[in-house]
Every structure is written in C-alpha cells, then in structure tokens.
Design a protein around this ligand. Structure first.
Ligand SMILES: [Zn+2]
Length: 345
C-alpha cells in the first residue's frame, strides 16, 4: 500500500475531507475489522493512503521528492528538508566567528551526518559569488578559503545524492518567486540590501544568470558619485547605500543612521535611482526586497514604491510592485528545494 504524508495538516483541504470521512468510518467499523491506511501521529502530521491532492502528496518511502536544502552564509548556516515544496525540517547554527572555510565545511558535514536521512537531491545557497556552470565557489565576503572550491562535487560525496548550488541571491529569488507564484510575478527582481547590495532576476519563470554567472551585479551599477568602491570602480550603488559603507563612512551602525529621516530620504533616493535603471532594462512585474536592511519594513517599501511611481509617471509607464521579502530566511531554503528539483532533471 502506498502511504502519503501531508505536513499541512488541517490546511490541506483533501486531508480535512479524508480525516472527516475516516472519523465517520470509525464510528461504523467495516466487517473486515481493518481501518487501513490511517494513523494520526500528531495534529499537524497525518499518514493516510490514496490522497488525491497532487500538490500535497508525496511518497514517503520511495523518497522521490524529499530534498535536502542548505544555506551557507557568512556568519551562520542552515539546513532543512523540503517535501514537495513544504519546508518540514529546519535548523540553523552560527559559525561562532569562524572565518576559515574549511572549518565551516567541517561544521556543515557534521550537521549533515546527524541528519542521517536519505534524500533524493540537494539544493544549496552559497553566500558569495558562485560559478554556476563550474559549480565552484567564488569569493565570500566573511569567510576566506572558499575561492574555487568545488562545492557541488564535495557535497555530492557527503550526501550521496545529486547536488546543485547557486549564489544566495539567485536562490532567494527562486524562493520568493515560489512564494509569490500566482501574483503576477512571471518576472521578478530580487534585491538584497545588507552588508553589500546584490540582486537576481527571474525572467520568463527561470533565473537569468548571464553568460558568466555574473548577472545581477546590481551593487556595482554606476549611480554617479566619485567614491571608490571595493570593486575598484567609482560611483557604485553599493558604495553609496550598503550597510558596510554607511557604517564605515558615518561611523555608526546603519540602522541608527537610517533612523534619521533626512538620511533615510537621501538613502532611498539613491536606491530608487539604481532600481529605476534596472526597471528600464528589465521591466519586472515585482521587486522583492531582502537582506538585513529590510528591517526598515513598510517605511522602506512605501517610500520606494512612491519613488518608482513618480519616475514611471514621467514616462507614462506602469511601475513594478515593491514587496518585502520573507524575513525568516526560509524562502532561501524553499528556493534551494527548487534547485534540488533541477538537480534531478
Ligand atoms: Zn563596485
């Protein structure tokens, strides 16, 4: 007998219908005395047979759609299990100030060994530049020793399953795309506002990575100032608005700086200038804001939406919708689940 598990519990309409009818069947035992296929393990997890809701069901035993998802960050990492698009397990750990990639890898391998559960495939978000074609790491802002590391090859050995990796912005964009699916988001721009500034694009329902895995270098768009960026150019958006440079220039944490209304307005003006350049090129339906500086919340969202609306009105065109991204970090893992699915293809 095939057995399916639904982790959405009462949110699953098919499950609710099933459990209701099964309660009824228990009131009237069958002549065989069997109550096949039904076990209530917990309020949110029910094992039952012959579920007909395609998007909720997965075969728990052939492991066809159980994906391991990993998020390797600069200061912390996370892993989880995605079952048919639903994050069912989640754990995160700090790197404890560790700045050596070999030690971070060792921590990750230890966590993966503890999981000890077979998976169909593994999707990975890497917090730094990443060569998607070669599946090798580039530079990480916080941790040294990742450069040219063959992440896919190494993890394939560790988890004994197909693996596919990408940079964190691309993976987060995939996760947000999944989260917003059905809300006019066939084209989506994801922007990270954090220590640095980056972006990713979902165009025609796929990540656009560019010829050299370098698409979305939004932070190094020239917005016309004369300060030197860490990339060697002057005028970069990141040099003007990133958390790192705000703090370095003004000797105060970025969050404190942006509490000042005048500085907040100046900051969003420059940010909108960069966003508008991207909008004129890509024409995304939605811009999703992610990263630590999105803690500015609705204040940031509404201000950027208004600035883009003002610019759009000048040229009589629609502006993209501005959305705040998921702040829990879990959308990245959902995106990694989609990568894992691609690894199986
Ligand atoms: Zn730059």
């Amino acid at each position: 007998m095939d057995t399916f598990i639904c982790f959405r519990g009462n949110e699953c309409p098919t499950l609710s219908a099933k459990t209701d009818s099964l309660k009824d069947s228990r009131k009237t035992p069958r002549s065989s005395g069997r109550e096949t296929g039904v076990k209530i393990h917990a309020p949110s997890m029910v094992v039952f047979s012959a579920c007909t809701a395609r998007h909720y069901q997965w075969n728990a035993y052939d492991l066809g759609v159980r994906f391991l998802v990993v998020d390797i960050g600069g200061t912390k990492s996370a892993l989880g299990v995605v079952d048919n698009g639903v994050l069912t397990e989640y754990q995160t750990w700090q790197h404890a100030g560790e700045s050596d990639a070999a030690v971070v890898r060792s921590m990750l391998a230890e966590q993966l060994m503890e999981l000890k559960r077979p998976v169909a495939a593994c999707g990975v978000s890497f917090g730094g530049s990443f060569d998607f074609i070669q599946q090798t790491c580039g530079r990480s802002f916080h941790v040294s020793g990742w450069e040219s590391f063959p992440l896919k090859a190494w993890l394939s050995e560790v988890v004994q399953a197909p693996v596919l990796c990408d940079n964190d912005a691309n993976v987060a964009a995939l996760g947000e795309y999944e989260r917003l699916a059905g809300e006019n988001s066939e084209s989506l721009m994801y922007v990270t506002l954090s220590t640095g500034v980056g972006s990713a694009f979902v165009l025609n329902r796929a990540i656009w990575r560019g010829a050299h895995s370098l698409a979305g270098e939004f932070g190094h768009l020239d917005v016309g100032h004369s300060n030197m960026c860490s990339c060697g150019q002057t005028g970069c958006l990141e040099r003007a608005v990133s958390g790192y440079w705000l703090q370095r220039d003004l000797d105060e944490p970025a969050a404190g700086i942006l509490e000042n209304e005048e500085r907040f307005l100046d900051w969003t003006d420059v940010l909108a200038q960069g966003l508008w350049a991207a909008v004129t090129l890509i024409d995304p339906a939605v811009i999703v804001l992610g990263g630590g500086m999105v803690a500015q919340g609705e204040r940031l969202q509404s201000r950027l939406q208004q600035l883009l609306r003002d610019r759009a009105a000048l040229t009589n065109r629609p502006e993209p919708r501005v959305e705040l991204g998921d702040s829990t970090g879990r959308s990245v893992l959902i995106g990694a689940g989609l990568l894992a699915k691609e690894a199986l293809a």
